[in-house]
Design a protein around this ligand. Structure first.
Ligand SMILES: [Cu+2]
Length: 166
C-alpha cells in the first residue's frame, strides 16, 4: 500500500512537472493569439465596434444574471408571457415586487424576452426555442418598463410593449 502511494506521488510530481513545462510553452502562442485578435478587431471597423459594445453590455449585466430558471420562485408573482412571430402578449399593468415572468414561445422561430426600465435591464442568457418555457425573475419597482423580444429581424417586429408598475 505504501509502495503504491509513493508510486502515485512520484507519478503526480512528474505529471505536474510536465504540466508546468507545457504551460510555459503554451503561454507564448496565447499571447500572439490575443495580439492577432487585436489586429483583427482594429481592422474590422464599425461593425466590430458594435460587437465590442455588445460584449461590454453583456459583461455589465453578467453580475445581474443568474442561470435561466424553468420554474418561478415560490415568493414571486407569476406572470404569463406568450411569444410568437410579431406577437408579445402579457399584462400591461402589474404590481411592484418580485415577479416571475413565465415566458412561453408558441411560435416557429426562436424568441427571447427582455425587460428594461427604472435603471434595470434583464433578459434571458439564451433565447427560447419553439415550444420552450423559461422564467425570468425581476424585482419590479414602481415605474414604467419596456418588455420586448431583443432578437433582430422581420419576425420579431412588433414584439414590444410598455409595462406600468404601480
Ligand atoms: Cu422574437
Amino acid at each position: 500500500m505504501l509502495q503504491c502511494k509513493q508510486l502515485l506521488f512520484g507519478t503526480m510530481n512528474e505529471f505536474q512537472g510536465r504540466l508546468s513545462g507545457s504551460m510555459a510553452i503554451a503561454a507564448a502562442p496565447d499571447k500572439s493569439l490575443s495580439e492577432r485578435t487585436g489586429d483583427t478587431l482594429q481592422k474590422a471597423g464599425e461593425k466590430t465596434k458594435e460587437a465590442g459594445r455588445a460584449v461590454v453590455d453583456t459583461t455589465k449585466k453578467a453580475a445581474n444574471t443568474v442561470v435561466d430558471a424553468v420554474t418561478p420562485d415560490a415568493d414571486a408573482h407569476r406572470v404569463d408571457v406568450t411569444l410568437a412571430e410579431n406577437r408579445l402578449e402579457m399584462p400591461k399593468k402589474l404590481s411592484p415586487g418580485k415577479t416571475g415572468f413565465v415566458v412561453h414561445n408558441t411560435g416557429k422561430e426562436r424568441h427571447s424576452f427582455e425587460i428594461q426600465g427604472e435603471g434595470m435591464d434583464k433578459k434571458f442568457m439564451m433565447g427560447l426555442a419553439p415550444d420552450e418555457t423559461k422564467v425570468l425573475h425581476v424585482d419590479l419597482k414602481t415605474g414604467t418598463y419596456k418588455a420586448l423580444c431583443p432578437e433582430k429581424g422581420k419576425e420579431h417586429e412588433g414584439m414590444s410593449t410598455t409595462l406600468m408598475v404601480k
